[in-house]
Ligand binder design. Structure first.
Ligand code: MG
Length: 430
């Protein structure tokens, strides 16, 4: 047994996982308080798939990722409010939530649009529950978004704590798992595949071997775990025992490639709307590239017709960028150049994609001496990023992309809410 005693090991470190409840739904409800307590779903672009559900919709048995047409009759029967996704709004609300969370800790990792890990500051250690409840109350008051908070010595346990807080719907929305506490009952109530990092991949195999609950996984022998699940699996098991193996990562992990793609709302036949779309993909990818402080050395463009209809046509062009770049102008120019290489007349294109590859760090890279053009256009791209971020929308963009575009996703049920409206938020009482 690699583990003795049922309580968590003594530790002086605690962290909190803060998870926004039904995040996209909560964002839409900010502007529609009348939808509180009513079923709400948010759909993916082109309104195809359910990507967020209110508790009422979860209770109807509607699953995440379900095609909308299949659940539509059921949802209509229950007078469900349906929204097209409005990522601009979600990102803005997310950054407000993260800004409030950041005031509560010197060290935090934004894990996804609606989740963050926070290191507990010394002031929170005396009464972690109270600290968590205050944090949750402040986020609710200042942003209107409800959180579930799990507090524990490790990320893996904090995840389970937040999960429990969400399911139990305790008023404070906080569940602590503290050193010295006996967690046997808590852990035996979770099926093993609820553990962060276990999922479907290992869940079924573990269950077949009798490891059905999280408690059984925690108490499995180290060598047994390592043989079957490797070091990553062993880390997870140790985390369940309260031994921190997965640190808080303050910096976002840079991605190895960056892709921006879309299925068009309507098939595109002509070159110019395709060029517009590809320009937008290059811009989106460029923004992400700079956000993670990288430069790209290679770019690919892909366009394709529907695989379900004849004649089928799909091509990818690859453009070396020469010197690593983060300039929008270079990216757009290369993307359109690539498009021109693969575009053929007479096809109905339904999909396009731009991918940036061979990424390197922008910080260690200095060749500007040899390429003054790139330097200037990089500076311009950075200014655009800042202005757009401060304005909260795409204030600065090529004229080519202004106005309505047929290829942008249909958003029939789009709430139309913009960030400027955040100042008109209805007042919530908690
Ligand atoms: Mg969430």
């Amino acid at each position: 047994m690699g583990h003795s005693g049922s309580g968590l090991r003594k530790t002086r470190e605690l962290l909190a996982l803060c998870d926004c409840n039904n995040f996209f739904v909560s964002c839409e409800r900010l502007f529609r308080p009348d939808l509180e307590g009513r079923p709400v779903v948010v759909l993916s672009s082109n309104d195809g798939i359910v990507i967020a559900r209110s508790n009422e919709v979860k209770a109807l048995g509607v699953k995440m990722g379900e095609p909308f047409f299949r659940v539509r009759p059921l949802l209509e029967q229950h007078c469900t409010a349906v929204f097209s996704s409005n990522f601009q709004l979600y990102e803005e609300v997310s950054s407000r939530v993260m800004a409030v969370l950041g005031r509560f800790t010197p060290s935090m990792e934004v894990y996804s649009i609606d989740e963050a890990f926070l290191e507990l500051p010394p002031s929170g250690m005396d009464d972690p529950f109270c600290w968590g409840a205050a944090l949750r109350g402040t986020v609710l008051r200042e942003t209107g978004i409800p959180l579930s908070v799990g507090i524990a010595p490790t990320k893996t346990l904090a995840k389970l704590g937040a999960e429990r807080a969400k399911k139990d719907r305790v008023k404070e929305g906080v569940r602590t798992l503290l050193p010295g506490e006996n967690l046997d009952d808590f852990l035996s109530a979770f099926p093993v595949d609820d553990v962060w990092g276990i999922g479907r991949r290992w869940g079924d195999a573990l269950k077949k071997r009798g490891i059905t609950t999280v408690l059984r996984l925690r108490d499995a022998k180290d060598d047994w775990v390592e043989k079957r699940m490797g070091v990553r699996g062993l880390r997870t098991v140790w985390e369940l025992r309260g031994i921190r193996c997965i640190p808080i990562e303050e910096a976002e992990k840079p991605q190895k490639s960056i892709q921006s793609s879309r299925t068009f709302a309507v098939p595109l036949r002509e070159f110019s709307p395709l060029a517009e779309a590809v320009t937008e993909f290059a811009l989106t990818a460029g923004r992400r590239l700079r956000a993670q402080k990288s430069r790209a050395s290679r770019l690919t463009v892909h366009i394709g017709t529907s695989r379900f209809r004849d004649p089928w046509y799909g091509r990818t062009a690859e453009i070396p960028l020469g010197m690593p770049t983060e300039s929008d102008i270079r990216l757009i120019r290369s993307a359109v150049e690539g498009l021109a290489m693969i575009y053929r007349e007479g096809y109905d294109y339904v999909r396009g994609e731009v991918t940036l590859l061979e990424l390197s760090s922008a910080e260690t890279f200095q060749l500007s001496l040899f390429d003054p053009f790139d330097d200037r256009s990089t500076a311009l791209s950075r200014v655009a990023d800042r202005l757009n971020r401060e304005a909260g929308r795409q204030l600065l963009r090529p004229a080519l992309l202004l106005g309505e575009k047929e290829w942008r996703p249909r958003r029939d049920s789009h709430s139309g809410v913009r960030l400027e409206d955040l100042s008109n938020l209805p007042v919530l009482s908690s």
